[in-house]
Each structure stands twice: as structure tokens, then as C-alpha cells.
Design a protein around this ligand. Structure first.
Ligand SMILES: [Zn+2]
Length: 549
């Protein structure tokens, strides 16, 4: 295993603090709204495909069993200006949007990410086949973008749509940070996956000046007017299947309308719309301070984007909830920013008003890091995974190993150090996650044909230490009676309406892909894990109007 701290110089190189870049062109929002591509830069060199350090575009159309010719760089490493209709433009467009989202996440987190699957590169299929859909599939390590015919006869390629490419990349990025979140024993976990997808789309869109200008021009002085950024993947609405609809983050649904929602897309809007609201209010704070609209907005976007991305490292290893996420945003920002303008209380109030948390005071914690835990290895903060285990083992009683703490074993799931932007020189934090499974047998009376299988509930936690070993944040996930009960209730509620069962056969995988159920009971031996179904993760869904009052 690579030593975590050696990644810091590699990160500096990656973020091109001195490295080589290559210019590519992307459609900044949507071919109908912003038809002229804009130039962006990504890490060089790229090979034909394009293929880069984290991403490999492989333009294979499964239905036609055909490989399309790849975009190919000149000897100087630059790519031709392909026509917008040329599949090679779609390859470069999807590549560049995904690569920029990765750059942003790595820069804000201050560390290199490795994917949530066993491979170095995420495969991008810009023309995967014919369907009104696009999704991230961790089993095949791929982002799959499909094409479909619109009512007017034109073919719509999802790999050209900025929102869709960024949204799917957001799923892959969250999976890279916390790869248990595609399993979900809590309804808010897959909803957070969707919210991260949508927020990645929003922030990626706002990285383009033309999108910011159009937004400020159309949304009005207070930014509450109609706009085309808060609506995610709007063009899906016109798909002939009628199965796909938009999400609008500028809505203000009653918190109570989410109470019994289990569909991840619908539920995600509770969180992402609250964060959108925080964006508008932070902008208002800046305007009150005398900033002109453009800088006021740019500052608000940068601050909130930082809060959302940095929160990811402060999340627990499994079954993340909205409260966990809200607290992570607040605490990560507490150690990253002075907050001279009071953005954090503004965020907390928006989250409370929208029912993401009960009260703002639930997350408003401005306290400093707490004293170092005993038993830190002398090599701190440059510790190895083995040293991390010994350190945690010496602190068993402090960890959330409720019963039989002495005997329960755990693994150090992740160990990384971070270095703060923009310079990424000093080690800022040491982050450890540890976990253990508790298997619960499903009883046949309650679970019918799922009876007899064992459902793993993951316990553990995330510990964020500063470079001197003081504890900044801990996100605990003990396996409590309450959590077990909630997990079983959740499994039962989705088993009745939106669960499809999948064993480890090829036909089953195929069948699941065609099924419209939001959840999959993935069965391996006598174990069953509840996962969100990637094929509908971003696809078929009722319009968000359904959740609004
Ligand atoms: Zn999605």
C-alpha cells in the first residue's frame, strides 16, 4: 500500500501546480442554451480515446456491437476541433467535464482520490446504446451515457449534456470517497448520492463564465427568478418515453412532504434544494456587504462549493444521513474558514427551515479540536495503515464499539492525509475510517422469500485529526438496536414496492438493468445487501412536483 503522505507531492503535480495542461472544448450547459463550446484545460498528456490518468473513454456501442473511432491527439498533444455532431467531440466533451469535476474534488479535499472499485481508471462510454438514461455503474467501473430519439426526430446524446455528465461523475466521486454508500440501509443514503450528483452538476455549470452571466441576467436581482441552472437535466422532460423528468432545486417543498418518501431522487431534493437556498442567502449576505452581483455570486458559489466538497471527508463510513451530512459541512468549514461574514449560521438556518435538520443549533458547533488521543505513533502524521490500526486498537474504549468492545474486531478501511488548497504543501489533517459488519438474520415471517439471509449492518466511524493529533471531528456509526430496527423497517418498506432481487448471474444483472425498481437485494451466498439500482439511479423517476405541496 502506498504511504498516504507521499501523495501530497503527487497531488501538487496533478493539480498542475507546475504541470502540463491540454485545452479541450465543452458545451458549457446545453447545446440548445449555450451552443458555442468553451475552452477548458485538463491534465496532460492525453492519449487517443481520450485516455488520461483517471479516465478512459471507450466509445463502444453495445447494441450495435461497434467501436467508434477515438479522438486522437496530434504529435503536439492537442486535439482537433471536431464538429459538435462528431462522436469524437462527445468523447472529449464527456472526458473534460468529468476530469474537471475530479480536479475540483481533489483540490478541495486536498488529496488524491482512488475510485470506489478495483481499477485505476473510470471507463466512460459516450454512446453506450439507445435508452433515455445515463448512469454510473461501479460493477463495470463505468459511466454510461445513452442516446435516444426525441419527438422531433433528432437524436439526443446524453454525453453532450453538461448536467448529466457532471451528475454521473458526482456519483463516481462520492463512491471514491465512501464506497459503502451505494449500499443503503437508510433511505437518506442513496438520496445523498443523488444530491451530490445534482450539486456537482450545479457547481460544474457555474464554473463557466457564460453560465454565470446567463444565470445572473435571468434570475433577477434576488436570484429567485426563473433560471436554467437549478433545473437538472431539463431536456429529459421532452423524451418520448415520458419516463424522465427534471428536478428543480429552486423549489420550496414543505418538509413534511418528504416524510415517507423512499425514492432517492425525490428525497434528494430536500437536501439539494436547501443547499441551493443557502447559496442564494449567502449571495444576499454579500450583496448587503456592498458587493456587486457578479463578485457577490462568485464568492457565494466558491464558499458553498468548498463546504459541500470538504464535507465528504467528514462523513461516516456507512449509512450516512442528512444530519451527518449537515454536521460534516459545518465542521469541515469550521476548520477551513474564519467565516468573517457568517455564512455558516446562514447555511444552518436554511437546512433547519427545510427540515434537513431539526434545529440550526444541532450543527452549529464552533468548538476547537479536542486534545490528542493517547498512543499516537511517533511517526504521526506520516503513519502507515498498520500503525493506524494499532493506534485505534489502543483506543477501543473511545471508539463506538458498544458491546464487547474488547473482542469486536474492526478494520481500518481508509487512511489519508490532506493538504489545504491553494498551495497543498503542509499536512493539514489525518483522516481514519474504521468499520466492522454485524450480520442480522432476516426472519421469514417478516421478510418472506428474503427470510434466512443475513443482512450486514456496517458499524464504525470516521475520525478527523489535525496534524498535531487533536481530534477535529468524529462521525460515529455504532450498530445500535435503534439502527438495526430502522434498517429492517427500511428493507421491509422497499421490499414491498421497489425492490428487485439479484443473484450473481449474468441474466440477473440484465434483468435488474431493465427493472424499474429503485433498490436491488444483491445476494451472494447467504448474505444479502441492499443497494440502490444504478440503472434507475439517475433514470426513470416521477416529476418532483409529486413531492411539492
Ligand atoms: Zn443520479
Amino acid at each position: 500500500m502506498k504511504a498516504a503522505h507521499r501523495q501530497i507531492p503527487a497531488l501538487r503535480e496533478r493539480l498542475a501546480l507546475g504541470g502540463d495542461r491540454v485545452t479541450l472544448r465543452v458545451v458549457p450547459q446545453h447545446p440548445r442554451l449555450t451552443p458555442d463550446p468553451v475552452e477548458v484545460s485538463v491534465n496532460a498528456p492525453l492519449f487517443a480515446g481520450p485516455i488520461g490518468p483517471d479516465l478512459a473513454v471507450f466509445d463502444y456501442n453495445r447494441e450495435r456491437d461497434r467501436l467508434l473511432p477515438p479522438a486522437t491527439p496530434s504529435r503536439r498533444g492537442t486535439f482537433p476541433d471536431y464538429d459538435l455532431d462528431d462522436p469524437r467531440f462527445h468523447q472529449l466533451n464527456a472526458y473534460a467535464i468529468a476530469a474537471r469535476a475530479i480536479d475540483l474534488a481533489e483540490s478541495e479535499l486536498g488529496r488524491l482520490l482512488s475510485w470506489g472499485f478495483e481499477a485505476n481508471r473510470l471507463i466512460v462510454l459516450p454512446h453506450a446504446g439507445y435508452l433515455a438514461n445515463a448512469f454510473y455503474d461501479e460493477d463495470t467501473h463505468s459511466l454510461q451515457f445513452f442516446s435516444f430519439r426525441q419527438p422531433d426526430g433528432t437524436i439526443y446524446h446524453t454525453s453532450v449534456i453538461h448536467d448529466i455528465v457532471a451528475h454521473e461523475t458526482g456519483h463516481a466521486l462520492l463512491d471514491a470517497v465512501r464506497d459503502r454508500y451505494t449500499e443503503g440501509n437508510h433511505r437518506e443514503t442513496p438520496a445523498i448520492h443523488e444530491a451530490i450528483g445534482d450539486l456537482t452538476a450545479v457547481f460544474a455549470a457555474f464554473s463557466h463564465q457564460i453560465v454565470r452571466e446567463r444565470f445572473l441576467a435571468s434570475a433577477g436581482e434576488d436570484l429567485r427568478g426563473p433560471n436554467e441552472v437549478a433545473t437538472i437535466a431539463e431536456e429529459f422532460e421532452t423524451s418520448s418515453s415520458g419516463a424522465l423528468a427534471l428536478r428543480d432545486l429552486a423549489v420550496n417543498p414543505r418538509p413534511s412532504s418528504f416524510r415517507s418518501v423512499t425514492d432517492p431522487h425525490l428525497l434528494s431534493v430536500q437536501l439539494s434544494a436547501a443547499i441551493w437556498e443557502a447559496l442564494i442567502r449567502i449571495y444576499e449576505v454579500n450583496r448587503t456587504r456592498g458587493d456587486l452581483p457578479e463578485p457577490a455570486f462568485r464568492l457565494a458559489r466558491t464558499a458553498l462549493q468548498r463546504m459541500v466538497v470538504r464535507a465528504l471527508d467528514y462523513l461516516p463510513p456507512a449509512d450516512v444521513t442528512f444530519v451527518d451530512f449537515a454536521l460534516a459541512m459545518y465542521r469541515a468549514d469550521r476548520f477551513a474558514n474564519q467565516d468573517a461574514r457568517g455564512y455558516r449560521p446562514v447555511l444552518a438556518r436554511a437546512l433547519a427551515e427545510r427540515g434537513v435538520i431539526e434545529r440550526a443549533s444541532d450543527i452549529e458547533d464552533e468548538s476547537d479540536a479536542t486534545p490528542a488521543w493517547p498512543g499516537r505513533p511517533p511517526s504521526w502524521p506520516r503513519i502507515t495503515q498498520a500503525e493506524a490500526y494499532v493506534f485505534l486498537d489502543a483506543n477501543r474504549q473511545r471508539l463506538a464499539l458498544s458491546t464487547q468492545a474488547r473482542y469486536r474486531d474492526f478494520v481500518v478501511r481508509d487512511l489519508y492525509v490532506t493538504s489545504r488548497p491553494p498551495s497543498h504543501v503542509e499536512i493539514d489533517e489525518v483522516i481514519l475510517t474504521y468499520e466492522y459488519p454485524i450480520d442480522i438474520e432476516l426472519d421469514a415471517r417478516r421478510f418472506g422469500s428474503l427470510g434466512g439471509y443475513w443482512l450486514p449492518i456496517w458499524g464504525g466511524g470516521t475520525l478527523v485529526f489535525d496534524r498535531d493529533g487533536r481530534l477535529r471531528h468524529r462521525a460515529d456509526k455504532p450498530v445500535t438496536r435503534e439502527r438495526v430496527r430502522e434498517a429492517l423497517d427500511f428493507l421491509r418498506s422497499v421490499a414491498a414496492t421497489s425492490l428487485v432481487r439479484m443473484d450473481q448471474t449474468a441474466e440477473d444483472r440484465f434483468r435488474v438493468g431493465g427493472a424499474r425498481a429503485a433498490y436491488v437485494a444483491a445476494i451472494a451466498g447467504d448474505r444479502l445487501s441492499l443497494r440502490s439500482n444504478p440503472a434507475v439511479r439517475c433514470g426513470s423517476r416521477p416529476p418532483i412536483g409529486g413531492a411539492a405541496p
